[in-house]
Design a protein around this ligand. Structure first.
Ligand SMILES: [Zn+2]
Length: 443
């Protein structure tokens, strides 16, 4: 175990290259299994694990874990077991039939543990006819693999599992600390609830890497946010006497414009350099608008829904109130003011932010440099979305990074794909990071 001593003897506060020898061996082990990794990813993409339908995918992964000699803990958690936590009160698809899986490579209990967190669910593909490569095809073409979830987030799950296999081969007796992958349901319908099931089961890792599409770069922070819904109530009358009614469609048009204006207004203050490179500081995204009545009549009800996405340190309650107050004020001044406006919030999640000086960040930096994926150092930034990071961050202050191949630019779109090269490179970086972190002196 001389190589382990070599790494742990280095001051963890400074980014340094892991032993070239470890890098070479892990890289060789991963290269030998490139095809297996690609086949595994294709198989994951062929299972249509939309939110609420994660079971088949999770059962497949449990079987895969057994075949590859890992410990696998497969469990279901009920709402009543989670009733002490406020998160379970948020609207979500019921948890029954949506198992969580923890795949474990036990360590020797002498080093800190590391958990990778990947969600099993994907969003619905929409009209499959609009896809060039079918959403459940797992097609490979020009170095890309296609399918719903390719970059969000099955590609990253495949990277983490490939890393686990390589680590197991190099360290048959385990690393000093445990390395685990948790596969949680429901990230796409209620962020955090799936990770809560694993937390409740008793998994409290010393560090967490949330698998999300970050273009292969470890990210120090993630956004908080809330889901809102806005309802405007009008009055239906025959269109030819519309002045006697109140048209909710006209009022909703003003609401949509006001939300656009608020997104600009909410760009200040900007206290967080990790998000300074993103053009929109606090995105407000409407993803659903509904308004209809009998034909020929003014509309009496229109609704829209969407997300307000925040910076890690933003106070969620303050920003919800700010959105509400400003939207009401703008509504009262504008077209459609005669319609009644109601705002509600549902899903909500916090952000997280790790210091670049934290040993986990340094382990990641070390891994990137050793893997040849960063010249001298890693340029830190935040993950431009919410994710599962906040749950353990808020409860246990678990040191957390967000990390995975693929880009948010491809997530949730038609012909979603991930570059296979990036899946393989990220596998190497994740493996080296796990080796470095679990070898650090305990806490
Ligand atoms: Zn995701």
């Amino acid at each position: 175990m001389s190589e382990i001593t070599e790494i742990s003897s280095i001051n963890p506060a400074f980014p340094v290259s892991a032993s070239a020898c470890i890098h070479r061996e892990v890289s060789t082990l991963l290269n030998q299994r490139r095809q297996d990794t690609e086949q595994l990813l294709a198989r994951l993409l062929q299972i249509p694990s939309t939110s609420g339908n994660e079971r088949e995918l999770v059962m497949f992964l449990a079987q895969w874990a057994g075949q590859n000699g890992f410990e696998a803990d497969l469990f279901e958690t009920t709402e009543s077991q989670l009733q002490a936590y406020p998160q379970v009160k948020l609207p979500h698809i019921p948890l029954a039939g949506r198992p969580t899986l923890v795949i474990k490579l036990p360590g020797r209990a002498t080093g800190p543990s590391l958990m990778f967190n990947g969600h099993s669910d994907v969003i619905a593909p929409g009209d499959a006819k609009r896809w060039t490569h079918g959403p459940w095809s797992g097609d490979i073409s020009d170095g890309r693999i296609y399918g719903r979830g390719a970059c969000d987030v099955k590609g990253a799950v495949a990277s983490a599992l490939a890393a686990m296999v390589a680590i197991k081969r190099k360290y048959p007796d385990g690393l000093p600390g445990d390395v685990m992958v948790e596969i949680v349901p429901g990230e796409e319908d209620c962020v955090g609830l799936g990770t809560l099931t694993s937390h409740q089961r008793g998994y409290h890792p010393d560090a967490l890497i949330v698998l999300e599409p970050t273009e292969g770069q470890p990210r120090l922070a993630s956004r908080g946010g809330a889901r809102f819904s806005v309802r405007v109530r009008g009055k239906a009358v025959h269109g030819t006497v519309k002045w006697l009614g109140q048209d909710a469609i006209i009022a909703m048009r003003a609401v949509l414009e006001n939300l656009e204006q608020l997104e600009k207004e909410f760009a200040t203050p900007n206290p967080n350099a990790l998000f300074a490179n993103y053009p929109i500081m606090r995105p407000i995204t409407v993803d659903r608008v509904e308004a209809a009545n009998w034909q020929g009549a003014t509309c009496d009800l229109a609704t829209c829904q969407g997300y307000l996405e925040l910076l890690p340190a933003d106070d969620l309650a303050d920003w919800k109130k700010r959105l509400q107050d400003r939207l009401v004020a703008l509504h009262q001044m504008g077209k459609g003011a005669g319609c009644k406006l109601e705002i509600e919030f549902s899903e909500e999640y916090g952000g997280h932010e790790l210091s670049a000086q934290h040993p986990l960040a340094q382990s990641a930096c070390n891994a990137m440099v050793s893997a040849g994926l960063a010249a001298q150092s890693v340029g830190w930034s935040g993950f431009n979305a919410g994710c599962e990071a906040a749950l353990r961050w808020s409860m246990n202050r678990t040191p957390t990074l967000v990390w995975g191949p693929g880009s948010l630019a491809q997530a949730h779109g038609v012909d979603e794909y991930v570059e296979l090269q990036s899946v393989h490179e990220t596998a190497l970086a994740l493996a080296l990071c796990a080796i470095h972190w679990t070898t650090l002196p305990v806490k």
